[in-house]
Design a protein around this ligand. Structure first.
Ligand code: USQ
Length: 390
């Protein structure tokens, strides 16, 4: 197939490009290096020493004799997006090309406005480009489990059957996201759903949980192909952060009581899920939603897991409860469904001791690169003191 990866320079986008390339697909990646620029803005960088996109593509060509096409540009530029879709004529688009951080979107007004305009405009441009130049193409869009928030009922996959005053309908599952970033994904979902209903496009929203891990089959053991690995406050996610903190002897930064529960998924399973979605496309006019995670943990459970894994390597890991910088439930009911990807054949790779040891081992190799100042949270969800907010 001809597969276009939006955000192909990122943590998941790059390994996804290699995954499809080695399986014989024609792959093109699009990126504007936004994540690299946001890291520069914050004075942080990937733990792993990643090469430029062009260098990595050249390395891949050497190693595999396979080509990956590159388009450097910004999806919020509609003419650029039209050009890419017209020129490459994809049969599937895998869309990771967004600002991915909740804390970054909560820094201040500018960062909130940027997160939503960047994400919503980019996705709208992709939808129009598909309508006008690739109407049969299947959009596989990375959404997030955070779109649902933590309601006091089971979370279904995208839709819920509701009976109201004696009448029934199947409607989008209610959304209660916890940041302007997560809200941008909700707005995307509504726009994609509308485009499917109105123009007959086909799309799958992958509501993914929190990803952890570093290596995939294609990048394992090859430093020049390794993907980025973030551990800083803005772009690092909780388990990746805890692993880095353990290795450098920093107390694990549990926000609040640590009873926050989330869905988690290993990076290799992300690739498996995206492959399953691409290989089993939605029908024309259909907007499918799959919940994409393999296990649920609380933040405190993760901290205990990392502490135990560290102990096996002789590291004495301390756990520290910081005041929660976010406004979120620190204890709550959480029972999201995730059946549809398993029905398509997903075989989960669960968080094991072996996996934890391998992650810690890789992090140890790069521990001299850790910028410790980037670890503690500085962004608060609450208005600054002296303002009139609650
Ligand atoms: N947390 C800590 N300590 C930390 C970092 C986080 O206790 O040092 C807590 C947070 O308060 C939160 C939970 O861990 O309750 C998850 O935080 P996170 O930063 O790992 O994840 P989140 O902000 O939800 O966002 C990440 C990705 C985002 C993706 C989302 C999936 O950055 O792109 O959409 O995970 S999900 O969480 O399912 O919405």
């Amino acid at each position: 197939m001809r597969i276009l990866i939006l955000g192909g320079d990122g943590y998941l986008g790059w390994p996804t490009a290699l995954h499809f390339s080695v399986r014989g697909h024609e792959v093109a990646v699009v990126d504007n290096m936004l994540l690299r620029q946001m890291h520069t803005e914050r004075g942080t960088e990937s733990l792993t020493p990643i090469q430029s996109l062009q260098e990595r593509v050249a390395t891949w060509r050497q190693r595999s004799e396979l080509d990956i096409h590159t388009f450097i540009g910004d999806l919020t530029d509609g003419e650029f997006t039209d050009h890419v879709v017209r020129e490459f004529a994809p049969e599937a688009i895998v869309h990771y090309g967004e600002q991915p951080s909740a804390p970054y979107s909560m820094i201040d007004r500018q960062h909130a406005v940027f997160s939503q305009t960047n994400n919503v405009t980019g996705t709208l441009n992709v939808l129009f480009a598909m309508r006008d130049h690739a109407a049969d193409c299947h959009l596989v869009k990375l959404g997030t489990m955070g779109e649902y928030g933590t309601p006091n009922i089971d979370i279904e996959e995208g839709y819920i059957e509701i009976e109201h005053r004696g009448r029934k309908d199947t409607l989008p599952f209610p959304k209660m996201p916890g940041s302007f970033y997560h809200l941008s994904k909700v707005h995307d979902s509504h726009n994609i759903h509308f485009a499917c209903r109105t123009w007959g496009l086909r799309a799958t929203d992958l509501n993914q949980g929190i990803v952890y891990g570093i290596e995939t089959d294609e990048t394992a053991g090859d430093e020049e192909l390794i993907t980025r690995f973030d551990y800083d406050e803005a772009f690092g996610t909780v388990l990746n952060r805890f692993c880095v903190q353990a290795v450098i002897g920093h107390p694990l930064t549990v926000y609040g009581e640590g009873g926050q529960q989330r869905g988690f998924i290993n990076i290799r399973d992300t690739l498996q899920c995206v492959d399953l979605a691409v290989s089993n496309p939605a029908d024309g006019g259909n907007f499918r939603v799959f919940n994409q995670f393999t296990e649920v943990f609380s933040v405190l459970e993760l901290a205990e897991t990392v502490r135990a894994a560290g102990a096996q390597r002789g590291i004495d890991v301390a756990v520290e409860h910081l005041p929660d910088p976010r406004v979120e439930a620190e204890h709550h009911y959480y029972n999201p469904r995730a059946d549809r990807l398993r029905e398509l054949g997903l075989v989960p790779r669960l968080l094991s001791d072996e996996l934890m040891q391998s992650m810690l081992g890789i992090i140890e190799r790069y521990q001299d690169r850790v910028i410790e100042r980037a670890i503690l949270p500085t962004t608060s969800w609450r208005p600054a003191e002296g303002t009139s907010g609650v």
